[in-house]
Ligand binder design. Sequence first.
Ligand code: GUE
Length: 295
Amino acid sequence: MQLLDGKKVSEDIKNEIAVEVQQMKSRGEKVPHLAAVIVGTNGASLTYVGSKVKSCEKVGFESTLVSLPEETTEEELLAKVKELNADPAIDGYIVQLPLPKHIDEQKILLAIDADKDVDGFHPTNFGRMALEMETFLPATPYGIMELLERYKVETAGKNVVVIGRSHIVGRPMSILLSRKGYPGDATVTLTHSRTKNIEEITREADIIISALGVPYFLKGDMVKDGVTVVDVGITRVPDATNPRGYVIAGDVDFDEVSKKAAFITPVPGGVGPMTIAMLLKNTLLARSRRAKKGE
Ligand SMILES: Nc1nc(=O)c2c([nH]1)NC[C@@H]1CN(c3ccc(C(=O)N[C@@H](CCC(=O)O)C(=O)O)cc3)C=[N+]21
């Protein structure tokens, strides 16, 4: 069994980015500037946004955190989005999801300038991804592709089973792995809450990407020997014996599944850190695109 070490690979990627930023600086060029908008104070969301800001500092990017109260109206958030679209200092930005229920997420995502949409969530960028055009790939699926590539996991002609059809992970993951070329060319099955007899499907899989959010869902008897397993689930499970009061649980029963797996990601330290590294990579791309346009 080999660990797909997202923590380590993400550090490598951040070091590569830091080198490029240093070169930009020494040429007197503007460095990438990422902004993140967060509405409300969900504990987990605050953690992620905090680590994004920290990672920006680490690679030498500029970063701006826009923290808005839970009561922010849709109109106010739209106004902030328009302001970021128009701000020449900002190369790319994200609006942290989920948003409070009184705000229409789709309306916000549509308002983001596709050229600054480093999350790759705008319909234009999602379409470009599906059509195999150059674009900002959504950070989590992009990070998984990068992990598979750096560990040389074979994908061509393999049976890939994706669990979960979310717009930010499962759906784009299924598209990316079915695209032409490496790390794609796979035969992809997208499973979800209406899928019947899922264990019969997962048992045939060469690669399983689980993005479900159900702690310890994937058990040892649901996979075949030699499988590659990527665990996207991150759930905080209350645990009184832990000083934090919770433990971070993946979708995969690691103890059972790792006994049969050829490659497997840990949680934490797998897909999560890769997501942040790829967001930085997209922001670097946003900056170089804008530099080419003289912006
Ligand atoms: N517009 C938007 N873009 C996102 O990319 C986005 C979002 N909204 N909303 C929330 C999710 C979640 N997300 C994570 C990023 C890093 C870790 C991460 O680094 N996790 C660490 C530790 C986790 C912990 O300590 O809680 C790990 O897995 O090792 C996790 C989750 C990005 N998201």
